[in-house]
Design a protein around this ligand. Structure first.
Ligand code: HEM
Length: 365
């Protein structure tokens, strides 16, 4: 009996990955204009390789965001989310290295065809914009080129894709909702931020007592240290209540407190996966910033302080985006509010039992 699989022609490598089509997509503009520039091939191949990896990142984001959108989040979903985000990070780390290959093209070689590209630029990479948007970069936080909207130079089709991404859920918001629902942070008999505040106050009071007891400090040194403790207490207030002037937080207070809870009690088995999620998102932010900075350095090397083919100030604009276009910055701020393990309030036994990972000593009645 012949099966449907037998009836199909056998899978052939070149057909499967559509190699003919893929390899016929490297058309040098310099060749088309009758003065072929050798290095333009490298320029095209590297850009295409980037865009393929951007496609893969968007594909991973599809599933990560889909998994996030299914409340309640099962652990199997969370494991897959973490895995997807770790893969995105691995891709970013890989593509940063591709700049090394492109840099084997010298600035003089680039000049052989650069002018033919105007006004095209990576600035028009719709996939890159979609990654930024879907992770959570806000339009109002973007640096603009000459006051023009960031999507001004895009084709109608690309602008429509960007519009769709702008209207879809953002990963940072999905994370915020997920964090705010973290169990164990606020229970009838246990409120994490109260216990943490008490621990912070105890720690700072002990510091104050130590400063007063020190026989080796001058009066001005003592005053400086005491002022530093008052400042520390004020700083810590940012994680206990939201006041005006704290708009720099992107996540809600409940989400930030939950992230802190996860960060400090990450050794609890039930919190290990959530902790990996936070670490993976910070890795993505870091890799994306490294991508921006590495690209900016390459641009400086290639064109110095010339303006870009897309009309920006080039290096200056790009290096500023590395600093300004941040998304998961709140997670980086958490480190400010950590206290040493020795000062941490221990989790009550009843809570640890509810967390489900208490090993009983069965030899005792
Ligand atoms: C010789 C190599 C390159 C040069 C000289 C260059 C130059 C520039 C410049 C000057 C800009 C700012 C916009 C403008 O005024 O044009 C820009 C933006 C951009 N380029 Fe490149 N680029 C190069 C390679 C690449 C590669 C390989 C990629 C990979 C896809 C890439 C992706 C981007 C992206 C995504 C932006 C927008 C960045 C943002 O607005 O945050 N570039 N490029």
């Amino acid at each position: 009996m012949t099966t449907q699989a037998d009836a199909q022609p056998p899978c052939y490598y070149g057909d499967y990955i559509m190699l003919d089509r893929l390899l016929s997509c490297q058309m040098r503009e310099s060749e088309r204009r009758g003065r072929p520039a050798h290095d333009e091939m490298l320029f095209i191949v590297v850009h295409q390789a980037f865009e393929l990896w951007f496609k893969q990142i968007l594909h991973e984001l599809d599933r990560v965001q889909e998994d996030f959108s299914h409340p309640p989040l099962e652990d199997t979903h969370l494991g897959r989310i973490v895995h997807g985000i770790e893969r995105i990070n691995a891709i970013f780390k890989l593509v940063v290295q591709q700049f090394d290959v492109l840099e084997t093209m010298t600035p003089l070689d680039f000049l052989d065809f650069r002018d033919l590209l105007i006004p095209a630029s990576g600035f028009q990479s719709a996939q890159f914009r979609m990654i930024e948007i879907r992770l959570g970069l806000k339009t109002e936080d973007r640096l603009t080129i000459g006051g023009r909207p960031f999507d001004a130079g895009l084709s109608e089709a690309d602008r429509a894709r960007i519009e769709r991404a702008l209207g879809a859920p953002k990963l940072i918001d999905q994370l915020g909702l997920r964090l705010a629902r973290t169990p164990f942070v606020e229970q009838r008999d246990y409120v994490f931020h109260d216990a943490y505040r008490d621990a912070v106050v105890r720690m700072l009071e002990a510091d104050v007592a130590r400063i007063h007891a020190s026989a080796f400090m001058s009066e001005s040194q003592r005053e400086t240290e005491l002022n530093a403790i008052v400042a520390a207490l004020e700083r810590f207030n940012a994680i206990f209540s939201r006041e005006e002037g704290q708009e720099h937080w992107r996540l809600s207070l409940a989400a930030v407190q939950a992230a802190l809870f996860i960060a400090v009690y990450r050794d609890q088995p039930v919190l290990q996966l959530p902790f990996r999620l936070l670490a993976a998102l910070m890795d993505v932010e870091e890799s994306l910033r490294l991508w921006r900075y590495r690209h900016a350095l390459m641009v400086q090397r290639m064109i110095g302080v010339k303006v870009g083919t897309g009309g920006s100030s080039g290096y200056e604009y790009l290096s500023a985006t590395a600093d300004r276009h941040r998304i998961f910055n709140d997670l980086f701020q958490l480190a400010t509010y950590l206290i040493p393990r020795s000062a941490l309030p221990p989790l009550p036994l009843a809570l640890r039992e509810r967390m489900g990972f208490v090993y009983a000593d069965r030899t005792k009645p």
